[in-house]
Design a protein around this ligand. Structure first.
Ligand SMILES: NC(=O)c1ccc[n+]([C@@H]2O[C@H](COP(=O)([O-])OP(=O)(O)OC[C@H]3O[C@@H](n4cnc5c(N)ncnc54)[C@H](O)[C@@H]3O)[C@@H](O)[C@H]2O)c1
Length: 419
């Protein structure tokens, strides 16, 4: 069966991408090594919150399919790669998944194929890693097949900006590669922005994420200073945000989370070394942000000390919200995991409540009901909607609020310690 678009990797990026192409009337095939995921997809049973099951069912009825069989790639016009690009234990780029999948694609490559890498990575990956693996098939770029990079910019859980309406940046190895990729995306997303090389497209995505990481580090550092100066930093950020130009609001927090911001900047750091260059902003931001869970543990300890005359050791602490951001259940790189580990190492008895995360197997914990009176301290790590945070303020335990969730009421209460 012929397919317009095959997407390799049916995760947070691949599934919403499949939705956008399917809704534009293209025939779409998702290819994933995880047989259980493939089965769920083919039954319209979604595991990606951004694509609800009822939407997926409608798309499956309309012809969207999933498979574990790479051989089906032969019949696709375009192959998009949306596979994980993690860091190794030594915090170096780990392209093993993308590279081995590319070798599998090369075995099925045929004349006329368009291949696009969507995974976040350092500048040079498409040309230095993907291209030679594809050309090992004997086919030649430009003559036989086309290759481009186009970064995915989806922000899971976000409703206003989605895969459909966030402009798609596209850079191909040749001009024709760029044009073919731009034409494909243009058939499904609202706006396509062309750049002159895959390297520009690769670095675009990294610049966006490094920009966030550096700015988050800046406010995290200022929040720590403001604690000493007894200035409410949240009020300062809100006030600065009233400036209509030249300022963009970032909020402090208990540390970076998710698949992107804690990881992607180090892809560039690694590549920069090849050019005798040290990306000091990235390193410094990483250092400040990685220290935040330690700082937050010390805040919990201080709050118990002054608010309850108790030490951290032996205290009952509830971590409220463990996902890395509000209103989704994504735990990847969540700073809550580090904070729980540190609180436990400090002797606290830690429980957690999160309406989106039922279990934390690595900590042997399950979400408990939100019963404030059972705890000495509640640490608000992730401010999911649907919880009355102001109501917690006078519920008994000391409240340590890393998200300014308790608002004005929290600011006025001696029972609340804010980051
Ligand atoms: N999640 C985000 O918010 C986001 C946003 C922008 C960019 N990105 C980037 O997009 C890429 C993909 O991220 P994701 O969040 O979708 O990952 P994910 O972990 O949600 O999904 C990856 C999928 O690939 C599958 N897979 C693993 N190895 C495979 C193989 N060899 N062949 C076929 N399938 C395989 C897994 O089973 C999984 O379903 C990463 O480079 C990431 O940095 C992610």
């Amino acid at each position: 069966m012929s397919t317009d678009v095959a997407i390799v990797g049916a995760g947070y990026v691949g599934v919403p991408l499949a939705q956008v192409f399917a809704e534009a009337g293209r025939s779409v095939l998702l290819v994933d090594v995880d047989a259980a995921r493939v089965e769920r997809l083919n039954h319209g049973d979604s595991y990606i919150e951004d694509v609800p099951s009822e939407t997926l069912k409608r798309l499956v009825d309309g012809g969207l399919r999933a498979t574990t069989d790479y051989d089906e790639l032969r019949d696709a016009d375009a192959i998009l790669i949306a596979l994980p690009t993690p860091l190794s234990k030594q915090r170096e780029p780990d392209l093993s998944i993308v590279n081995s999948a590319t070798e599998e694609i090369a075995k099925r490559l045929r004349k006329g194929h368009l291949v696009v890498l969507e995974s976040t990575t350092y500048p040079g990956t498409t040309r230095e890693e993907i291209l030679p693996r594809l050309e090992a098939s004997g086919l030649r770029i430009g003559e036989d097949f086309n290759l481009a990079f186009s970064p995915e910019r989806v922000d899971p859980g976000r409703l206003d900006w989605t895969t459909k309406n966030v402009p798609k940046v596209v850079g191909g190895i040749t001009d024709t590669c760029t044009e073919r990729a731009a034409e494909l995306y243009g058939s499904a997303v609202d706006t396509v922005h062309r750049v002159t090389s895959p390297e520009s497209a690769e670095l675009t995505k990294l610049l966006e994420n490094i920009f966030r990481s550096v700015n988050i580090a800046l406010v995290n550092e200022m929040a720590q200073l403001c604690e000493r100066m007894k200035i409410d930093f949240w009020e300062v950020v809100d006030a600065a945000a009233t400036k209509p130009f030249g300022f963009m609001s970032f909020k402090p927090g208990p540390g970076l989370g998710g698949h992107c911001i804690p990881i992607d900047p180090f892809y560039l750091t690694w590549k920069a070394r090849e050019f005798d260059f040290y990306t000091e902003f990235i390193e410094l931001a990483g250092k400040v942000n990685e220290n935040m869970p330690w700082h937050c543990r010390s805040l919990v300890s201080q709050a118990l000390n002054h608010g309850k005359q108790k030490s951290l050791k032996g205290s009952e602490v509830l971590v409220l919200g463990v996902a890395y951001k509000p209103n989704i259940g994504d735990m990847r790189e969540s700073p809550a995991l580090k904070l729980i580990e540190l609180l436990e190492a400090g002797g606290a008895n830690v429980s957690y409540h999160d309406p989106h995360v039922a279990e934390l197997p690595e900590h042997g914990l399950s979400s408990v009901p939100l019963e404030p009176a059972k705890f000495d301290a509640i640490a608000i790590v992730t401010d999911h909607a649907g919880i009355d945070y102001e109501d917690l303020v006078d519920s008994g335990p000391v409240i340590v609020d890393f998200r300014n969730a308790t608002g004005e009421r929290g600011r006025l209460s001696a029972n609340v310690w804010k980051l």
